[in-house]
Design a protein around this ligand. Structure first.
Ligand code: AMP
Ligand code: GLY
Length: 421
């Protein structure tokens, strides 16, 4: 099969790597890809949001399956566009991608189908938001109703923080916004829960825990994710049943009742309190870095799994899992998530490849002749699978220290909640 992956992050390198393990794969393209995907597929420098150019390329190369990694093209309707052009594509269409594209869309489904989530209020003017805040108790959470790469969420301890958030959102910090969401602050532990669906049936696709804050001990600014581990220590059979019955299945029912279907990965960001799940948000894709830590645990052919979703035959497809633990630590450019330098060389990175239980997935890297340059905030994901999280962490840190990239930094405490030191 000739396959193309859209995206250029660690998630897409991990997908590409897993696809290359399949005997079904004939040729793989990464659009636009990074220095890591360039080693195992052919990078094509096209814009993931220019659908017409993408289609012309797929048509010319006779691509048989397109896999969409990031949310932006999904929310913009790449799946609808390609299906119309008769290209087989893995990912949800525009109507259901609103699960990620609009937090208010998701909240309305939660309300209608009784899905446990934080209580919320939708406000469409600054004045109405201020009025609501004047009689609210704190902390609470304020969210812009746009795709904001995880940045449109404010946890507010007091009214002044909340007023500032409302002002920033309505002043257009995340683009034009007509409404925002004020939410009850949920306490508990977070978990990333994944399913994969063909529009008719679904299968669970493991769990993970990511570390979003930049600093040790989960402190400092929010990032795209500094590391993750899988499975989450919170998951158990009883909790999984509750997540499926109270959250996932009612959501899929809502989609069916809209006369739509969900094809792709669905990622539920959950808060767990006393073994009860609450939905924080949906993402209509794999997580990053959750994908990097989960995929090395898959013990079945990923081409077959994804293709079965596009052919409505997932039910017959077996998904086997290794019973190991997995961890991912992201090596980032100094300064991330704020200002950092670009085009900095990383020496000796070629010596670090995926072998045995170690995996190396590039994110913000670019090839420049023989050199590899760092061009993004999150640069390389180091993953290890083993029988326990501590030994995975030790092995990853040993490798990062060996690489010894002076312009990078990483969190050495990934998994601190599940590792007793
Ligand atoms: P979101 O983009 O909606 O996932 O929010 C980003 C992060 O903000 C989440 O991963 C949580 O850590 C936090 N968060 C969002 N909503 C809530 C909430 N209602 N209560 C507590 N924390 C929240
Ligand atoms: N790890 C968070 C995300 O992918 O949105």
């Amino acid at each position: 099969m000739k396959i193309a992956i859209i995206g250029s992050g660690g998630r897409e390198h991990a997908l590409a790597y897993q696809l290359t393990k399949s005997k079904k794969l004939i040729k793989l393209y990464s659009i636009p890809g990074n220095a890591g995907t360039a080693e195992i597929s052919k990078n094509i420098d096209l814009d993931p949001n220019n659908f017409e150019d993408l289609y012309n390329f797929f048509n010319k190369e006779k691509i048989e399956l397109v896999i969409i990694g990031p949310e932006k093209p999904l929310v913009k309707g790449i799946v609808d566009f390609l299906i119309k052009k008769k290209i087989k594509v893995f990912g949800p269409n525009k109507a259901v991608a609103q699960l990620e594209g609009s937090k208010i869309f998701t909240k309305k489904i939660c309300e209608k189908y009784n899905i446990p989530t934080a209580k919320f209020k939708i406000c469409n003017t600054k004045e109405k938001a201020f009025e609501f805040l004047s009689s609210s108790t704190f902390p609470l959470v304020i969210k812009a109703d746009v795709l904001a790469a995880g940045k449109g969420v404010y946890i507010c301890k007091e009214i002044d923080d909340a007023k500032n958030a409302v002002t920033e959102i309505f002043d257009g910090k995340f683009g034009k916004t007509e409404q925002l969401l004020i939410e009850e602050f949920l306490e508990g532990d977070e978990m990333s829960f994944f399913i994969i669906s063909d529009g008719i049936s679904y299968k669970t696709f493991n769990t993970a825990q990511d570390h979003k804050r930049v600093g040790e001990g989960d402190t400092g600014k929010n990032t795209g994710g500094m590391g993750a581990y899988s499975p989450s220590s919170l998951i158990n059979k009883d909790l999984e049943d509750k997540i499926l019955k109270k959250i996932i299945e009612p959501t899929l029912k809502a989609i069916k009742e809209m006369n739509e279907k969900y094809v792709g990965f669905l990622y539920a960001g959950l808060m767990i309190k006393n073994n009860e799940p609450f939905l924080i948000e949906y993402n209509v894709r794999m997580g990053d870095p959750e994908c990097q830590t989960i995929l090395p645990l898959v013990d079945s052919d990923l081409v077959e799994i994804i293709d079965s979703c596009c052919n409505s035959s997932l039910k017959k497809q077996d998904i086997k899992w290794k019973t190991k633990k997995s961890m991912c630590i992201a090596l980032c450019s100094k300064g991330y998530p704020e200002k950092y330098n670009k085009n900095i060389e990383i020496n000796n990175l070629n010596e670090f490849k995926s072998t045995g239980n170690n995996f190396v997935f590039h994110a913000g890297t670019k090839k420049d002749g023989d050199k590899i340059l760092a061009v993004g905030g999150r640069v390389i994901n180091f993953v290890n699978i083993s029988n326990n999280f501590l030994s995975s962490r030790e092995e990853i840190i040993r490798r990062i220290e060996k690489l010894n990239w002076k312009d990078g930094f990483y969190r050495s405490d990934i998994g601190h909640k599940v590792i007793n030191e």
